[in-house]
Write a protein that binds this ligand. Structure first.
Ligand code: GAL
Length: 672
């Protein structure tokens, strides 16, 4: 699959800010020469260019951009063209203060920063449409331009009067009557009942902070606001050339908006990946970012683009470590292994001033091409060319699926369970994912929307699926009844889609499927001792959260080892219809999850990238029939493979027993 028919190739390059260098044509010329040298084939431009494109209201200047694009095109460099709505010019903020965001203390921000516009403001939406239309009319048919980059890292919320009005309209649409809203939000509590729509305000520090149902809706509303903003931009540029696809760059662990929902309206998912390597356990970090990549692929069930990554270091983490030798190629290949069609960077050239003056770049202030970073980048460019045989070959369909749901995430975080510190939804899910990733099993992510189809999976995992709507519980029942295998954990099926507790026991509608009912949820201090004791005597540490189950027919595979619930079930399995359902009642350490999933993967014969046993921290990931063999262990590792392969990156034969260097990566195809 290609998103860029004008240039069907792995994209290599990234954010380029020629508008910071318009008085230095020598540097702009040099840029193209260096790009070619670094095997860069594509750059993203115009992301923050509004002040140059429209220096005064209604006065447009595209001459510089014409020149930049032509210069790039002549040099064989393609362009991802951005709409500049991520930051607006000072004149606009001064003349139309409504474009500026208002915080939840009702203070309007002044001009400055970026990503801080009001999503409702009709003035801003009009100005953005006018700008996008002009850009599209001028460039959407330029042969160099291969993709639209809408805005930048959309985020946040606004509490201005216009947004409050929109929020009420959205609620009216959703609930129809105030009674329904009052019921959904349980407003009889603390005399919160509304008697007129005009009384409803957005939640926030100066207003409502205790109604979790309201907060969850507020997040859904903000997702919708962002979605309609993005759709308006999409429609403006596509009106000129409907063939040119659009993306909007997403972020890791992004909580503000529901990405499954948002992505419905973009053609291509892209994201910005900034792992903090070499700060402890790189294997854990790699598992986290593998999950991020797989989520991005899952949002639209298609390949994605790595829109930003750093060629060396960032400048905004507490400690900004350089990538150690090999890590640039390894982390770039990781993105490909999970379905990326690109390796793109922030940024091509370091600016002389402002906030990103010291952010890593392909070209440093010294302008040289004989640096370690430049060589690393060139190596990735060459590798991407060598990997073209797998460009349009996607990952084999996943047989395992993890349910990750944004409303559930918000519901967990807003619910005042008294255990907030121990919840850690993303990290807990990541532990389940990691077990399968280590086994080389491809994994999809799905959420609880009506469109989710579970029937294609052999295994469905629901970690901490606290919020379950009725239809989804029915889907799970049917899935198991028809032969599927499900694993559900503690703290699942507790509330409905409004965040209201299900009555009659949890997991709602699944007690007979699981053969178990969750009762009390215990929270542990770090020094507390608890364990999962398996039937064969193996013992795994349990921490943070333990649910005490009541048995309804399931078989016990493991029990609690300590405290007043010692001997009670911690891991169970139940036959239901033609399928089976596991229940894991507590947060078990990684080694315990690894053991559980190794057994399940064996039982279900889940496809693995390699069947060879690999050393700790050496990971095999399949994409397009090739196996990406990655070493995150921080040590040289001795690997033994049963079959003979060719490494697509170097063209070398690989077989038998060999050493994989620190941060080493091979892309293996079966030798013919
Ligand atoms: C991203 C952003 C870029 C740049 C980069 C620095 O979040 O989209 O514009 O600021 O971070 O790492």
């Amino acid at each position: 699959m290609t998103f860029t028919p004008r240039f069907p190739a792995f994209l290599h390059g990234g954010d380029y800010n020629p508008d910071q260098w318009l008085d230095r044509p020598d540097i702009l010329d040099k840029d193209v020469e260096l790009m070619r040298k670094a095997h860069v084939n594509c750059v993203s431009i115009g992301i923050f260019s509004w002040a140059r494109l429209e220096p005064a209201e209604g006065v447009y200047d595209f001459a510089w951009l014409d020149e930049v694009i032509d210069r790039l095109w002549k040099g064989g460099i393609h362009v991802i063209l951005a709409t500049p709505s991520g930051a607006r010019p000072a004149w606009m903020a001064q003349k139309y203060p409504e474009v500026l965001r208002v915080n939840d203390r009702y203070q309007r921000y002044h001009f400055g920063g970026r990503h801080n516009h009001c999503l409702t403001s009709p003035v801003y939406r009009r100005k953005v449409r006018e700008m996008d239309t002009r850009l599209a009319e001028r460039y959407a048919n330029h042969p160099a331009v291969i993709l639209w980059h809408l805005s930048n890292e959309m985020s946040g919320e606004c509490h201005c009067e216009l947004c409050q009005e929109k929020w009420r309209d959205w609620l009216k649409d959703k609930y129809g009557t105030l009674d329904k809203l009052n019921d959904a939000w349980w407003t009889s509590f603390w005399a919160h009942r509304y008697t007129d729509w005009s009384q409803v305000e957005a939640p926030g520090n100066m207003a409502e902070t205790s109604t979790n149902g309201m907060y969850i809706d507020w997040r859904r509303f903000n997702t919708w606001q962002c979605k309609t903003f993005m759709m308006a931009e999409r429609d403006a540029v596509k009106a000129v050339n409907p063939e040119l696809k659009v993306t909007a760059n997403l972020m890791e662990r992004f909580w503000d908006y529901d990405y499954f929902d948002l992505c419905e309206e973009m053609d291509v998912v892209s994201w910005d990946s900034y792992p903090l390597w070499h700060s402890g356990d790189d294997v854990a970090r790699a598992a986290e970012f593998a999950m991020n990549h797989d989520m991005m692929r899952s949002f639209k069930d298609q390949p994605f683009l790595l829109m930003e990554s750093t060629p060396s270091q960032v400048n905004w983490k507490p400690v900004n470590k350089l990538k150690r030798p090999g890590m640039h190629l390894l982390s770039s290949m990781q993105a490909l292994a999970h379905g990326s069609q690109s390796v793109l960077y922030f940024q091509w050239r370091k600016g002389r001033g402002a906030a990103e003056q010291f952010h890593g770049a392909v070209v440093d202030h010294d302008g040289r091409d004989d640096t370690r970073v430049f060589r690393d980048v060139t190596q990735v460019g060459k590798a991407l060319e060598a990997l073209m045989p797998i460009y349009d070959r996607e990952k084999q369909p996943a047989q395992a699926c993890i349910i990750y749901d944004w409303s559930n995430w918000w519901a967990i975080d807003y619910a005042q369970t008294g255990q907030a510190k121990n919840m850690k939804y993303f990290d807990s899910v990541n532990m389940h994912y990691r077990s399968l990733w280590q086994l080389g099993v491809n994994v999809d992510f799905r959420d609880t929307r009506a469109c989710t189809d579970l029937s294609r999976y052999k295994l469905v995992i629901c970690p901490m699926l606290f919020m379950m709507n009725e239809a989804f519980t029915q889907k799970l029942r049917d899935y198991v009844a028809h032969g599927g295998t499900v694993l559900v954990t503690y703290f699942s099926g507790v509330v409905d889609e409004h965040g209201l507790a299900w009555l009659g026991g949890a997991p709602h509608n699944l007690i007979d499927v699981l053969g178990v009912r969750g009762t009390e949820l215990d929270a542990l201090f770090p020094e507390d001792e608890q364990a999962l004791v398996m039937a064969d005597g193996r013992c795994f540490k349990v921490s943070e959260l333990c649910e005490i189950p009541e048995m309804h027919g399931a078989a016990t595979l493991g029990t609690y080892g300590e405290d007043f619930y010692a001997g009670m079930a911690c891991l169970t399995k139940n036959a239901f219809g033609q399928g089976q359902a596991y229940y894991l009642a507590a947060k078990v350490e990684q080694a315990g999850l690894d053991a559980i999933y190794a057994a399940i993967a064996g039982e279900l014969s889940l496809k693995c990238a390699l069947t060879d046993t690999l050393p700790h921290g050496v990971i095999a990931t399949e994409r397009g029939g090739a196996v990406f063999l990655q070493n995150y262990s921080g040590q040289r590792q001795q690997v033994t493979l049963a079959d003979a392969y060719t490494d697509l990156i170097t063209g070398k034969a690989v077989s038998g027993s060999f050493e994989l260097e620190v941060n080493g990566v091979l892309v293996l195809t079966k030798a013919s």
